[in-house]
Structures are given as C-alpha cells and as structure tokens.
Design a binder for this molecule. Structure first.
Ligand code: ZN
Length: 63
C-alpha cells in the first residue's frame, strides 16, 4: 500500500485520510522521515510542531 504524507501535518499514513488531522491533502514524496514517540519531550517534535506521536516526513533536513 502506498504511503502518503499529509500536507497539513506531515504525518505518514496509509488510508483515505490523515488519522492525525483528518486532511485529505497529501503528497507521496517522502524525502526523509522521523518517528516521534513523545512529541512533548522530542526536540524534533517541537521543531516540526508535532503534537501527536507517529511517523512524520521531513521535507528539509536543515535550514
Ligand atoms: Zn495530517
């Protein structure tokens, strides 16, 4: 099954719509990914403004 990247929150998911925010706007391009287990304690979670645990795509690694 094709993995999708939510354009709204960057969550990587499979299925009809993003389970994180409910958006159906998605991209299939995954340049990098990060797994956030505890967004409140995760530095990258805060950087990406993630507030839900999951696997996220990152479009930029720096800058
Ligand atoms: Zn989303």
């Amino acid at each position: 099954m094709t993995k999708k990247v939510c354009k709204n929150c960057n969550l990587i998911y499979e299925g009809e719509r993003c389970p994180g925010c409910g958006s159906q706007e998605y991209s299939e391009e995954i340049k990098g990914r990060v797994i956030v287990l505890d967004p409140e304690k995760s530095e990258i979670g805060q950087k990406l403004k993630i507030n839900k645990a999951g696997e996220y795509a990152i479009s930029k690694t720096s800058g």
